[in-house]
Design a protein around this ligand. Structure first.
Ligand code: GDP
Length: 330
């Protein structure tokens, strides 16, 4: 059988980097799309880029941009990917209120652009779309599953819902192998530092090491269904190995408040978070989604996928990694 070829948009992100590692372990040729920027932003894949056994042999990076259809088509023609994992795009909900147009172009229209390219290919390509629990907004029922109606509560959720529905339309209308992975929040030591879990784990580590004293946060009562990112990329890969394309929820089925995560993270370094956390209005969002908790039973039944790492363990993993990285001389 020919060696499978994957193309990942968003390879420099949290999920893209874990997915690249997984696919390389599975013997794939991995091609990734990277955006030109004045500063390199590839820290999450630096270890792969510096591995002479990997970079240029089974891992290849291509300059490009989701808005640049010509460059994307060229990459498709050169690479002929058997699987495409579309993970790229502005992914911060809070920021999507500040830059809604960029968010909708990157998250919504860019997905449509890729579907159009997919439609024009003369060979079968499997496509994974990184959908999000944000499409449900504040849903009428909990937990949510693949049938729950979309009702987004912010620009990011609107753009993702638009893309999810287009993926469904293209699957039905053109018979394309397109899957929506409706992933709930998934975190790791590679999570961006402006997401609340990473903000907390980094602060807990730095406060422990005497590098800072205070942590400014917004609403502590909101709840999220938090899982461990390396497990979620395994679910993404499994979706594309099925005989038929479909949509799947990836979630733990348990939700916790920011307060719960704070307790778990600060307990790891034997500190009381109440002595360090300061409320800051700036981090409260114009609208908040609530009641997001996913039902992963379809993924379990069909993909054999099950989340293993729960919130407290996840907080521990993240704090330990930040302690290690923040230690003087690290
Ligand atoms: P999201 O679920 O994709 O928006 O992930 P985030 O980690 O950015 O935010 C999770 C929740 O934490 C949201 O409901 C935020 O309102 C809440 N939150 C409270 N304080 C903060 C903060 O300082 N930063 C961020 N990013 N979120 C915060």
């Amino acid at each position: 059988m020919a060696q499978p070829v994957a193309f990942i948009t968003g390879i420099t992100g949290q999920d893209g980097s874990y997915l690249a590692e997984l696919l390389l372990r599975q013997g794939y040729l991995v091609h990734g799309l990277v955006r030109r920027a004045s500063m390199f932003n590839r820290s999450r894949i630096e270890h792969l880029r510096h591995d002479p056994a990997v970079y240029g042999k089974s891992l290849f990076l291509h300059y490009g941009d989701l808005q640049d259809a010509t460059a994307l088509r060229r990459i498709f023609r050169q690479v002929r990917p058997s699987e495409v994992y579309h993970l790229a795009g502005q992914s911060h909900v809070g920021l999507s209120f500040e830059i809604p147009e960029v968010t909708c172009h990157e998250v919504g229209n860019a997905t449509l652009g890729l579907l159009e390219i997919l439609r024009d290919q003369d060979y079968p390509v499997r496509f994974y779309h990184a959908a999000s629990s944000e499409i449900f907004g504040t849903p009428e029922s909990s937990p949510q599953n693949e049938e729950t109606p979309t009702r987004p509560g912010n620009p990011y959720g609107c753009a993702k819902a638009f893309a999810v529905h287009l993926c469904r339309v293209y699957r039905k209308a053109y018979g394309l192998f397109v899957c929506n992975g409706i992933a709930y929040n998934h975190e790791s030591p590679r999570r961006g530092e402006n997401f609340v879990t990473r903000k907390i784990s980094l602060a807990a580590a730095r406060i422990k090491l005497g590098l800072q004293d205070k942590l400014n946060l917004g609403d502590l009562d909101v709840r999220r269904d938090w899982g461990y990112a390396p497990e979620y990329v395994e679910g993404m890969w499994r979706m594309l190995q099925q005989p038929e394309p479909d949509d799947y929820v990836l979630a733990t089925g348990q939700s916790h408040s920011i307060r719960d995560f704070l307790s778990a993270a600060f307990a790891r370094v034997a500190l009381d978070w109440r002595s360090h956390v300061i409320f800051e209005e700036r981090f409260v969002r114009p609208t908040e989604v609530n009641g997001l908790v996913g039902d992963p039973s379809k993924a379990k039944a069909r993909l054999g996928w099950e989340p293993k790492t729960r919130m407290a363990e996840l907080a521990g993993i993240m704090v330990d990694a930040d302690l290690e990285a923040q230690r003087p001389g690290a």
